[in-house]
Design a protein around this ligand. Sequence first.
Ligand code: HPA
Length: 244
Amino acid sequence: MTRLAIIGGTGLTELDGLEITHREVVSSPYGEPSGPVIHGRLFGTDVIFMARHGHGHTIPPHEVNYRANLWALRKVGVEQVLAVAAVGGIRADMQPGGVAIPDQIVDYTWGREHTFFEGELDAVTHIDFTEPYCPTLRARLLAAADAAGVEVARGGVYAATQGPRLETAAEINRLEREGCDMVGMTGMPEAALARELGLSYACCAVIANFAAGRGDQDIHADIEAHLSAALERARALMAELLKN
Ligand code: HPA
């Protein structure tokens, strides 16, 4: 069976119900991953888990060692990665508490270690990133959402911002004009690095809040009020995904 890993983001530093079989400390040529690779069983299926921000949620988005995390996952035999990532909703149907399966990315991050293909190389490599997410894994996520009765936004453009600060209202207006539907801080370079390693990678975006300037309450209050409902939906989707 294909080995699936779940990378958990904000609100998902642990997978409730995961029966942990062992924790594996993997060091990489790119430095230390966010934590050990966790091996276990969830909903009756073998799964691997990595907490993107560390187990105590202490690593901010711009300091996550994305290269080490993905390298470590591949080292232990992972072939598919489901990235769970909190986002702010920009498009009108991206309502807090909901879930989206994005199909495109615009990368606004800077200064992050964003490629394995640098330094002493045998050849220059340009990965094809036309479709940044694996269409097969995306289709499985959508089918799992349908089977679980979880309504999801079936596509959308993920804007990856640098953080750790949230955006200004004007920045969100600009992202919307540039075609973005949701905004988060961890989608890149994670997706591109996964592609460079030949991993099948897709994202389950949990909509925690209205993006800056779009809601009528403070963003942190919004996140407090809605993140857990969005994560519950993501969990129902994952349960279905792991059954199949
Ligand atoms: N902006 C950026 N990243 C986020 C947001 C947001 O509004 N919500 C959750 N992650």
